[in-house]
Design a protein around this ligand. Sequence first.
Ligand code: DLL
Length: 435
Amino acid sequence: MEQRYFQKEIETMPVEELQKLQSEKLVKQVRHVYENVPYYKALMDEKGITPDDVRGIADLHKLPFLTKADLRDAYPYGLLAKPLADCVRIQSTSGTTGRRVVAFYTQKDVDLWEDCCARAIVAAGGTKEDVCQVAYGYGLFTGGPGLNGGSHKVGCLTLPMSSGNTERQIQFMQDLKATILCCTPSYAAYIGETLKEQGCKPEDIPLKAGIFGAEPWTEEMRRGIEETLGIRAYDIYGLTETSGPGVAFECCEQTGMHINEDHFLAEIIDPETGEVLPEGEKGELVFTSLDKEAFPLLRYRTRDICVLSRKKCSCGRTLIKMAKPMGRTDDMLIIRGVNVFPSQIETVLLNEGYQPNYQIIVDRAKNTDTFDVNVEMSPEQFTDKVSDVLKMEKSLANAMKTMLGINPAVHLVAPKSIVRSEGKAVRVIDKRKLV
Ligand code: DLL
């Protein structure tokens, strides 16, 4: 079995030593945050905790949680722990100010983040001989920049393609003999389908591995991608709040993702009570960044439902493993790799003068997410003139695109035609069955 590592001494460190390292880092990090982030200091004060109360990872549970709501309250600078002059980068998620997460990085933060991505690439078999095609989005989204940096660190020839323009992706892949593909699993599947339609067989494609994440995907999807592209498909996990991709990555065993525990301390909690659950139990994943300088979140609730396992891995890594996320505790959808909250749609509707009577329908056709929004017209808005309806739909779709960053197909429907529910309104119909 393949057993390559990017930072062997860390990736295979005996667990006791690793936990000692985490404890040392945690003590320092708590002090750094307490002294530099008044927002978090106030949360600690409220709980009656001082940095002296945290002497190691066994004391982690004493610290208060941070949630997306805190990020919203503190937007944009409230959780910054370094002077802006020491920061060199921001990355962000899609969405309006209310939902947007803006994360700051010092040069060291960028460096460590790229190390994490490099670990993922090496675990997928990457070396300096490889040509790594990065087809995640570049820009504010962390996917492109993260894997790009990791690929440089490994010494691969990096193709910074960004997402989209599938014809060009395929041309570069073939002409420049890309051996590793990094993109969302749905885009990988789409590229695979397109190649198949062009009559390409897996053996005609130079790729050997893919590093796919940013959205949920199933084992069936993995098998499909592996077959059409003739590769091994590895999962990668991360979130903007903690850095981006590379918080966890899959190794040759392909049975869950090793968490880069020297940088990210993971816990599973009961989402209702906040109680820490023992290893092996399903709950909400919580991360504490141990090394981040500029945007160090302590006990950040990811909203991802997950299970951790310290079962010995045949790859030799001792880093704890997380299962594929099994859902979320909130209503966030990931559509074509973009995070979408139903409340964002609602905001657009209200801004544009519509009632919040709508239904989001997400499905997958030809390995691409379809995204439809049915919106009721009010009796005053109702018209049966097709050209007017088309105009209104187009304008609403544009407003949604501006808010979300992706384009829905908007369908205006007659007043009172969306079924009213007696309990919670069914706003989302997700037919993709991803978990
Ligand atoms: O999606 C970072 C990323 C980029 C990860 C490229 C992997 C590859 P956000 O846009 O902030 O960051 O979205 C984070 O996406 O909380 C999960 O719900 C979901 N997610 C990320 N990776 C996976 C995965 C990036 N491998 C949110 N499987 C997270 C399932 C994933 N869900």
